[in-house]
Each structure stands twice: as structure tokens, then as C-alpha cells.
Design a protein around this ligand. Structure first.
Ligand code: UTP
Length: 309
């Protein structure tokens, strides 16, 4: 049996490790992200990265590896204990804030690894090899998350445990948007529907195609469950779109070698905080849903919008 076949056999067990690549330059959010990592921008009162780790923890992930870069160490501090701050809150009897401050350190075991140069998402994922080994693992991009009421990752982890291959998730985008995403060609849905959307079999992947070249309007979301064989594929992948080592190209290589690739067409709410418009939409939607803020905020928002139209 080849090494490749051995690493993509279904294990029947869900992956328990996740990798969060967060070493990019975040150019779409400059100058805010010159000194502050975009992963730490607050959505109401929690940084984006906390929503992502909460999403992973809610799916049963217990081990999270953050891929960090220069100027990003504050991300790690967020998941550490803060004894001085905690004792001050304890003295004041502020139980609610104390619990909120402690929560990030209780979500999962957090590890870090440096990507010395931001050479692309594929390269960033490749940095996780020593930590992950040969086991399947999840990848959650550091600037997007989904609504916990419509969880996506558990269905992806289940599917990967059954297939042993690559599991992706998709959202449908407008034709003129395909150039911003990895786009998949798929065959008819498998005769099953995950709770959160239908399951499709992927036959091809292309990174950021023009509207004319796009094989579909199914854009790859920032959630992946990958077999350990991806690391070998990344090593064999040269620079692709934008001169970066693309995860899409490494996955396409495994697909060509016969690794099964499935995707779930996600119908829930996904927040993309990697650029100002998506970030603002996330803040407004989440603030509107908050029990403590929602009513006051939406009433103000209605008024505000009313005065603008
Ligand atoms: P993006 O495509 O959003 O790139 O990466 P970016 O550099 O963060 O942002 P822009 O496009 O310049 O505005 C998706 C995820 O992959 C990580 C990013 O941190 C982000 O979470 N990434 C990207 C890395 O960790 N390393 C890289 O070399 C590239």
C-alpha cells in the first residue's frame, strides 16, 4: 500500500486538532492592521480569534495551533491567564467579567508556531506538520467564523472521519465574485444532506478564477478538514496565484492523486472580517443579536438609518 493511500484511509474518528493560520499581512485592512493583528479586532467585545476558537471548541476540538508571524504575539496573550487582572476583578466581586477574562484560556490547549515569511496559506498550513503529524486536522482561517447557532465544523469532521479525504465547505457567490475565492467544480449532490447543507463531491479546484473561467459559483469557505497527506502535497506545490503557495493547489494535487474530496454547501450565517465591509456587517449583526445590547442597539440603528434615507 502506498504512503498516500495509508494517510487517507477513513479512521472513523473525528479530528481533534485545529490549525488557525493567522500570519498574513492583512493588507485589505490597513492601516488598522499595521500594528494590531486583524485576528484581534473586536467584534463587540471579543476579538475575532476568540469566536473562531469557540467555534472549534464547540465542535470538539481540544488542541489548537495558531500560526503566527511578526507582531502577532498579543494573539497568544489573549488565550493566557492574567493573574493580576483576575485578582483585581475577584476583589471587586465582578464575577461576570472574571468569567469572561478566564474563558479564552479554558477553551482549548493553545499552541503556536511561527511562519517566518507570509508565503501563502498553503505554506502557513505546512508549518503545522510537526505539531499535527499524520492525523487528519481542521483548518480555520483567522478572519472568518460562522454563527454558533448554525454549526458547520461538526458535520465536516464527521464527514472526514467517514471518507478519510478532504472535506471543504462552500457558499454560493455572485459570478463577478469568483475572482476573490477558490472555486470548485462538483458533481451532483451525494444522496445525503448534512443538517447544515447538502454534501457534494468535488471534481476540481481552481484558485481565484475570472467569471469566464469559473467552473461554478461555489466558493471555498475558510474551513477545511484535511488528511495528514496534505503536508507532502504542500511540499510539492510551487508558487501559484499571487506568487503564494496556495492551499487550493495542494488540495487539487491530492484530488488528482485520487483522494476523495467532499464539500458541504453551507446555508448558515458566515462572517468575513478580513476587510472593512464584512467586518462592519459582522459587528452590526452580532451586536443586534446580543441579549444585553441588541434592543438598544437596533433601536438606535433604526433611527440612524431612518435619518439617512
Ligand atoms: P488572506 O487571504 O486573508 O490574507 O489569508 P491576509 O494576508 O491575511 O490578508 P490580505 O488579503 O492581505 O488582506 C487568509 C488567512 O490565512 C492567513 C491569514 O492570516 C488569514 O487568516 N495567512 C495567509 C497566513 O497565515 N500566512 C500567509 O502567508 C497568508
Amino acid at each position: 500500500m502506498s504512503e498516500h493511500a495509508a494517510t487517507t484511509l477513513p479512521s472513523g474518528r473525528r479530528a481533534i486538532k485545529a490549525v488557525i493560520p493567522a500570519a498574513g499581512l492583512a493588507t485589505r485592512f490597513l492601516p488598522a492592521t499595521k500594528a494590531v493583528p486583524k485576528e484581534l479586532l473586536p467584534v463587540v467585545d471579543r476579538p475575532v480569534l476568540q469566536y473562531i476558537v469557540e467555534e472549534a471548541a464547540a465542535a470538539g476540538i481540544t488542541d489548537v495551533l495558531l500560526i503566527t508571524g511578526r507582531g502577532k504575539t498579543s494573539m497568544v496573550d489573549h488565550f493566557d491567564r492574567q493573574p493580576y487582572l483576575e485578582s483585581r476583578l475577584e476583589e471587586k466581586g465582578d464575577k461576570e467579567r472574571l468569567a469572561a477574562v478566564r474563558k479564552p484560556s479554558q477553551l482549548a490547549d493553545i499552541y503556536t508556531c511561527r511562519q517566518h515569511e507570509p508565503l501563502g496559506l498553503g505554506h502557513a498550513v505546512g508549518c503545522a506538520e510537526a505539531h499535527v503529524g499524520d492525523e487528519p486536522f481542521a483548518v480555520l482561517l483567522g478572519d472568518e467564523f460562522v454563527d454558533l447557532a448554525d454549526p458547520l465544523l461538526p458535520a465536516m469532521l464527521d464527514l472526514q472521519a467517514r471518507t478519510g479525504g478532504i472535506v471543504l465547505s462552500f457558499m454560493e457567490v455572485a459570478p463577478e465574485e469568483t475572482k476573490r475565492y477558490g472555486i470548485a467544480s462538483v458533481i451532483d449532490p451525494e444522496p445525503e444532506v448534512a443538517d447544515i447543507g447538502e454534501v457534494v463531491r468535488v471534481t476540481g479546484l481552481v484558485e481565484k478564477p475570472s467569471q469566464e473561467d469559473a467552473p461554478s459559483n461555489l466558493a471555498v469557505l475558510g474551513r477545511y478538514v484535511l488528511p495528514g497527506a496534505i503536508f507532502q502535497a504542500i511540499k510539492s506545490t510551487g508558487p501559484g496565484s499571487g506568487g503564494e503557495i496556495q492551499l487550493t493547489d495542494a488540495m487539487a494535487m491530492l484530488l488528482d492523486q485520487g483522494t476523495p474530496v467532499h464539500g458541504i454547501v453551507y446555508r448558515g450565517t458566515r462572517y468575513d472580517t478580513g476587510m472593512p465591509l464584512g467586518y462592519l456587517q459582522a459587528v452590526v449583526q452580532i451586536a443586534s443579536q446580543r441579549e444585553d445590547l441588541g434592543e438598544a442597539f437596533t433601536s438606535w440603528l433604526r433611527n440612524f438609518v431612518g435619518t439617512r434615507t
